[in-house]
Design a protein around this ligand. Structure first.
Ligand SMILES: [Zn+2]
Length: 231
């Protein structure tokens, strides 16, 4: 259970940007729950594929990084003044800081996980070294034993599924991009289509097909790269 910053004495409650992102994220899960077809029971969203469960939630987060949205969401607590452009720009830059490095780190962990669960048993250190050689850009301490504490894939239920974090980001960024392409991040036609083809169809059709029905094509990684300031 996540607790939000309580109001200080005599003031309205104020959320940090991080907390706002959490509200949007969880609201995405709520929408998925509420709009999924009722004949699949109250837990219909659990029937969505593991690697797509975070699609609706991460999709919602995108609005928290749009300047127009940021300005409509927040104002100065005392003066009511709108958040200045410069502050929006700095906030967005802070999200993109080290984004390529972070992305590669997730790719490294995902590959490590896949390789360890794939094929014949091999020496863990050798697998890890091979993956790092392929994707890592900074050196690692010789005696590093990170896999020993990679509890996500050994005890957390993510075995061979760690990639789902990144994959859901690919899907959510590319889904959001449909609004950018429509020229309006509040475009009601695109919104209704997302609701019908992705949220409501969840559980009755594979998410891969939902995505294609919404976007008219397979997911592309370009949107995620653009969102991270990498394209
Ligand atoms: Zn979530």
């Amino acid at each position: 259970m996540r607790h939000f910053t309580p109001p200080s004495k005599g003031k309205e409650g104020q959320l940090t940007h991080d907390e706002v992102v959490t509200v949007f994220h969880e609201f995405g899960h709520d929408l998925h729950h509420m709009l999924g077809l009722p004949n699949y029971g109250s837990s219909n969203w659990m029937r969505a594929e593991w690697d797509a469960i975070e699609l609706p939630s991460q999709f919602m987060e995108n609005w928290c990084w749009d300047k127009e949205m940021l300005k409509s969401l927040s104002s100065h607590i005392d003066t009511g003044e709108q958040i200045p452009d410069d502050l929006c720009d700095r906030l967005i830059s802070s999200k993109n800081f080290f984004s390529a490095y972070d992305l590669l780190r997730q790719v490294e962990l995902s590959l490590m996980d896949m390789e360890l669960y794939h094929g014949a048993p091999r020496d863990i250190d050798e697998v890890v070294k091979a993956v790092r050689k392929e994707v890592r850009i900074s050196p690692v301490y010789e005696l590093d034993r990170f896999p020993n504490t990679f509890s996500h894939i050994f005890a957390g239920g993510y075995s061979a599924g760690y990639y789902s974090y990144k994959w859901a980001e690919v899907l959510s960024a590319d889904a959001y991009e449909a609004f950018v392409e429509a020229g309006n991040i509040f475009d009601p036609v695109t919104g209704a289509k997302f609701m019908a083809e992705v949220l409501e169809a969840s559980g009755k059709r594979p998410m891969k097909e939902n995505f294609v029905a919404f976007r008219g094509r397979a997911p592309s990684v370009d949107s995620l790269l653009r969102h991270g300031g990498l394209l």
